[in-house]
Design a protein. Structure first.
Length: 146
């Protein structure tokens, strides 16, 4: 497949639609935890604010300055993050990394929407951007619990 065809496949209509409609976009006032992650390769950044009550995410916001893949990943996270535990977020982050880097399975529900990003496997230079939001959320959840 040509490089152009690969890029067209990578930036599918569905990925671009997700990137255009990111849930919980913005910042929280006075969050329990804030984590900012940056991809050194492309410069994408995601800042996550969240609160947890009884071990579950109750408030969440994200400031996303990333490529369409990073934005799509943030959208998928935003659709499922409320009510999740730290363990669920950490598991989803690990599963997404394995899906991209070592042909692992799609993350478990409720994060199975990350399957749309399977074409990014072939673009190692995009992996960090795809992982930013879920990694930031998992880290923020750990901080909120301590």
């Amino acid at each position: 497949m040509s490089d152009t065809a690969d890029l067209i496949k990578l930036y599918s209509t569905r990925i671009l639609a997700l990137a255009a409609d990111i849930p919980h976009l913005g910042r929280l006032e006075d969050p329990q935890a804030t984590v900012k992650k940056r991809s050194p390769l492309c410069g994408s950044t995601v800042t996550v604010d969240l609160d947890m009550v009884d071990g579950k995410v109750t408030r969440f916001a994200q400031d996303v300055k990333a490529c369409a893949l990073g934005q799509a990943a943030a959208a998928i996270l935003g659709q499922s993050v409320l009510g999740r535990t730290t363990a669920e977020l950490e598991r989803a982050a690990a599963q997404l990394a394995a899906m991209l880097k070592s042909d692992g399975d799609t993350p478990d529900a409720p994060f199975e929407g990350f399957e749309i990003l399977l074409p990014a496997r072939d673009f190692k230079n995009r992996h960090a951007s795809v992982l930013l939001a879920i990694q930031a959320a998992a880290e923020a959840a750990r901080h909120a619990e301590t």
